[in-house]
Ligand binder design. Structure first.
Ligand SMILES: [Zn+2]
Length: 61
């Protein structure tokens, strides 16, 4: 008897983010700026919703 339990791991993509503006974890953090680095992938700067509102930051899409 095969169990039909879905073996799919929890793919709840919790966008756990880090707000670089208040320097703390935030679940509402979105990338608002990308720092271009000479080589390799650029690093992104994330800001949470309150910080984006305060600083009038626009999230990148
Ligand atoms: Zn913040």
């Amino acid at each position: 008897m095969a169990n039909t339990t879905d073996p799919t791991p929890a793919t709840a993509e919790r966008t756990f983010g880090w707000c670089h503006w208040h320097e703390g974890p935030s679940e509402t953090a979105l990338m608002v700026q990308i720092i271009e680095q000479g080589s390799g992938p650029g690093a992104g700067l994330y800001a949470c919703a309150p910080c984006r509102e305060q600083r009038r930051l626009t999230p990148l899409t």
